[in-house]
Design a protein around this ligand. Structure first.
Ligand code: MG
Length: 213
């Protein structure tokens, strides 16, 4: 078997720790449709288009001492549509763009499992694949995240579900990416103790950061 990139753990989840462990809440961010436009299994640097306002939101979370954690389902890897090396290149570019704007990501988790087809990464309901909370819980343990004060921003109902299943405070559902068709399902993830707030885009998280942190 080929050697895995060094960020891919034994659980086969990309788990990249970019900041030290420190007790604090987290802002969990989905990637495709939240940080960058979702072109469908995006894996080429020239397809990257940053979503307006994301740099300011991340920089504000940084200033307020909130961990910024990317949690992204990347089933294209499990389906053999692209490789971890492609993912790494795309991530490298996104992190550079953010760094140029003074914005820092504290951790990146990516789940390669898929329920389509066959192969080692096919799994009917992998615990790391959103709406399951595995990536959020793994980050919480590694970084010492206060889940009860944490939020997730996502364009799909499964992002909200992952937040709810992890026991965090709430989710912000955006209208970028798959947001418009997902909105009713996303709002249906509301429960007592788990808020789902509709916003236009990730830029709408600024208000939440100011209010909550
Ligand atoms: Mg998405």
């Amino acid at each position: 078997m080929a050697q895995l990139p060094h960020h891919v753990d034994d659980d086969l989840v990309w788990s990249e720790w970019r900041s030290p462990r420190r007790p604090a809440p987290a802002l969990f961010l989905d990637r495709d449709g939240v940080i960058i436009e979702d072109t469908g299994h995006l894996h080429k640097v020239h397809d990257i288009e940053m979503i307006a306002g994301v740099e300011q939101v991340i920089a504000e979370a940084n200033r307020r001492g909130v961990h910024v954690v990317v949690v992204t389902n990347q089933s294209g890897i499990g389906q053999g549509l692209f490789r971890w090396e492609d993912f790494a290149e795309v991530q490298g570019h996104i992190l550079e763009v953010l760094a140029a704007a003074g914005a820092h990501i504290d951790a990146v988790l990516a789940c390669p499992f898929t329920y389509h087809g066959d192969g080692p990464l096919v799994h009917a309901d992998h615990p790391a694949r959103k709406p399951n909370p595995g990536m959020l819980l793994k980050a919480a343990e590694a970084l010492h995240v206060d889940l009860t004060r944490s939020w997730i921003v996502g364009d799909r109902a499964t992002d909200m579900g992952a937040g709810r299943n992890a026991g965090i405070r709430g989710g912000l559902h955006v209208l970028t990416g798959a947001g418009p068709e997902e909105r009713p399902l996303a709002l249906a993830e509301r429960r007592t103790g788990f808020d789902v707030h509709p916003v236009d885009s990730v830029a709408g998280a600024l208000e939440m950061l100011v209010r909550e942190f």
